[in-house]
Ligand binder design. Sequence first.
Ligand SMILES: *[C@@H]1O[C@H](CO)[C@@H](O)[C@H](O)[C@H]1NC(C)=O
Ligand SMILES: [Zn+2]
Ligand SMILES: [Zn+2]
Length: 594
Amino acid sequence: MARPEVWLPILLFASWANGRTIPSKGQEFQQAQDTGFTEPLIRDLHVGELNFLHTTDTHGWLGSHLTQPNYDADWGDFVSFASRFRENRVGTAGDLVLVDTGDKHDGNGLSDATVPNGLESTKVFNEQDYDLLTLGNHELYTEENTVLEYCSTANSEKFKDAYVSSNVEFITKEGNPVPFGSKYRFFKTKNHNFRILALSFMFNFQRTNPRAKVTPALEALKQDWFQDVISKYPAESVDVLVVFGHMPITDPENREINQVHRHLRKIYPKTIIQYFGGHSHIRDFAVFDKQSTGLQSGRFSETVGFLSIANVKSSEPSFSRQYLDFSKKSFAYHSRVSQSNLVTEKGSKISNHLSKLREDLSLNEVVGYVPDTYYMDTKPLQSKHNIYHLLASEVLPRLRSQHTDDTKSRFIIINTGAIRYDLYKGNFTKDSEYIVSPFPNDWNYIEVPLSLAEGVADYLNKGPVLLRSLAPPSALRHTLRHTRPKSCPFIHDPERSKGYTTLDDGGCEGDDVPHNTEIYYDIPNVVQSVELKPGIQDTAHLVFYSFIQRDVVRALNALNEQKAIVRHHYSEKDCRQYGGHATKDLLKEWIRDL
Ligand SMILES: *[C@@H]1O[C@H](CO)[C@@H](O)[C@H](O)[C@H]1NC(C)=O
Ligand SMILES: [Zn+2]
Ligand SMILES: [Zn+2]
């Protein structure tokens, strides 16, 4: 199938002479090793008539990535950037719209060390002057989060127009559903007077707390309020339909966004429809048709997504996208100021406040020193630099039961979702704890024939993605990787920092910084630590997180059926409390004892 033509940034390889180029104004070039061809240190973005800056899935990462120079900007720098960029790059020749698509909690001490979670970080986040913002599923797990989000943001003076949610309702104390913000927003841009109609959809998330309700997007589009919107703003009175929300841009499984698009196209057959998505934590850009594309801008304040549309009023608009590293270098470069001139007064205030907040929440408190870096999925599982390998070989063996002895062979199974981020070399602080492994867990165990116990982890990993919801979000990336047939040229250049080489519908040059390509390995659902006792033994202790108990029991019965080992149907009644410290505490103890 031919892909519609999309205008995308074209790299300028200035001169091939001697393999060296003369940097043009405002551009730095560096020679890539071996290949003899040159590539800029930062690829330029293409400002158009209508421009967007997009963030998503920030998960409390407002204080920058202290252990990763690629992402050394904090929220104050981002606020400075938006204002410098508007001033120096967009000016009056274009318009700039700031968008966020939710998930602002769960991932970093700045949001998670307060009660309720997000109490302070929400105020900091809201310092950015978003034109369009909404919520993610992480604003809907607990009641206190939902109430905080509604009161402090959706219903706030500052954002009461900008906050849009077309398919989520807040349930008041009295039990009445009210829209979570506005159902839609119509506004005109400042310089070109583009008429923008914005809608916002959350993916079909049905595990909300009782104070919220999500209506599937397609259902919401059939409700009366939307019929009213259509008659008030028919196609001829809208220049650009912006559909932003907490929904993946590429969704091979449910194709929810594609269904929304099909529906909207019937009503707005020729209108530009620009999507902004989130939730799957990736950089992504998809072309839906000649007048429609979608952008998704990563996770954890590692990325600011940029999208521009040129020829907005023509029948052939052109789209351009770029993923900016969340760094001072990128921010300064794209706003055409030196790094020392990037920070505005407001930005500097926010950064200072963040430092103080880190102090107040004791996030810098040092637990111990990590001698090496351990990765979730950029080193293979068998590598000694893989965090699951570390857990299985060094950390989990420290588990001691309060209820049984350790004379039996032991299999300890954990789901890989227990880890949320890479563990970096250097000081392990209270903040690192929130970042890497915040989840408490209880251990249960069951005594079973060794020949059954040894098959459980494999079974759970081969099974039909039964623990999907427990897998870390980055596992979604792997599902997606197989949906696009081609791959990007591998950049091997040790001079460059490791990072994203994103393949999307626009090609391979979407990342503003051409990185030394990072390879991602598949992570299984579960990993296990195995301790076999010498001598012949019939049974072993199978130890696992209490919340995967049902899956473990199911696996045991399935294996027993295959192998016919015992005459017994396992049930949850066979499982007992094991006791012992949670994985996160075992990890801390390991670090402390180093
Ligand atoms: C690491 O912690 C020690 C104290 O525990 C401190 O002296 C040192 O400055 C810290 N290093 C960094 C890079 O923060
Ligand atoms: Zn998220
Ligand atoms: Zn999400």
